[in-house]
Design a protein around this ligand. Structure first.
Ligand code: 7PM
Length: 271
């Protein structure tokens, strides 16, 4: 995983493919076909150009109900093991729970992606113990209510300072600076206007000298702006990636890997 972060720091782009594991995703029968279908999707995204697969049990989504520890482990661990058995692609674990981080690392994950920026008790310790790269994401409020009334004085400035503070905390606890990725958290306690300000101002995060991850894929900001359903947001999502690239971002968390890689190859060729 470290070579991937180094690549971003030397101005190359990297795509992270989203693999959401929910009770109804990838299921046309029992546990075996579910894990098999998830593996197939992960391998397809890797073949399409994703260098990291982000495996998540959907406990961290805006509006999501709480998922128990056992339920989350049951969803993600068999899938991580299966990917690890079949491929060398880097795996990140999208969770806020230290115990899920620990089990995922044992199963083969080499990065932690936490929308709570490692604020749970024990989360930093797990990552420090394994010296694992982490993505620290900003969110405002708690998942069920965060979209009700987002409020900022200066959205870019506030989020920047939050991420600097969280990164400093991790470094002080023993995580090398080179292992820290920051993410403004599009859609997590942000209005449409806030999200557009963040996209326009993404360079202010990039100049902090941490790799910046941008996750805008199919998000409701495009529904609000365009009145499009979630399966009609490919053009807007990919366009937002191009805008973020041109403003300095190099790390992108997306559903539509092949299309995003095409756009990024064009961006790079033009640059
Ligand atoms: C429902 C609402 C389902 C929102 C899924 C989501 C990010 C993330 C997510 C992000 C990082 C999604 C989100 N978004 N992790 N996890 N950055 N680091 O669209 O923007 O996948 S969940």
């Amino acid at each position: 995983m470290q070579h991937i972060l180094n690549k971003i720091q030397s101005d190359h782009w990297v795509v992270m493919g989203i693999l959401n594991i929910t009770p109804d995703s990838f299921s046309d029968g029992g546990q075996f076909s579910r894990v098999d279908n998830a593996l197939r999707h992960a391998l397809e995204m890797h073949r399409d150009g994703a260098e990291v697969i982000d495996v998540g049990g959907e406990s961290t989504r805006p509006g999501a109900l709480v998922v128990s520890l056992d339920e989350e482990l049951e969803r993600v661990i068999p899938v991580i093991e299966k990917i690890r058995e079949n491929s060398d692609v880097a795996i990140s674990i999208d969770t806020s729970k230290p115990k899920v981080m620990q089990s995922a690392i044992e199963a083969g994950a080499s990065m932690v992606n936490d929308v709570n920026a490692l604020q749970a008790n024990g989360a930093i310790e797990v990552c420090v113990k394994h010296q694992l790269p982490v993505c620290l994401m900003h969110k405002q409020g708690e998942s069920l209510t965060m979209q009700d009334n987002p409020s900022y004085v200066d959205v870019v400035d506030e989020i920047k300072h939050y991420l600097i503070e969280r990164a400093g905390h991790c470094i002080k606890a023993g995580l090398p600076k080179e292992k820290i990725v920051i993410d403004p958290g599009f859609g997590f306690g942000k209005s449409l206007k806030n999200n557009l300000s963040l996209l326009k101002g993404i360079n202010e995060f990039c100049t902090l000298d941490f790799p910046v991850l941008v996750g805008v894929s199919r998000k409701s900001m495009f529904g609000q702006l365009l009145g499009r359903d979630v399966d009609e947001r490919l053009v807007a999502s990919t366009s937002a990636v191009v805008i973020a690239y041109n403003n300095g971002a190099r790390f992108f968390r997306v559903h539509d890997v092949a299309e995003t890689c095409d756009a990024l190859k064009l961006c790079e060729a033009v640059k």
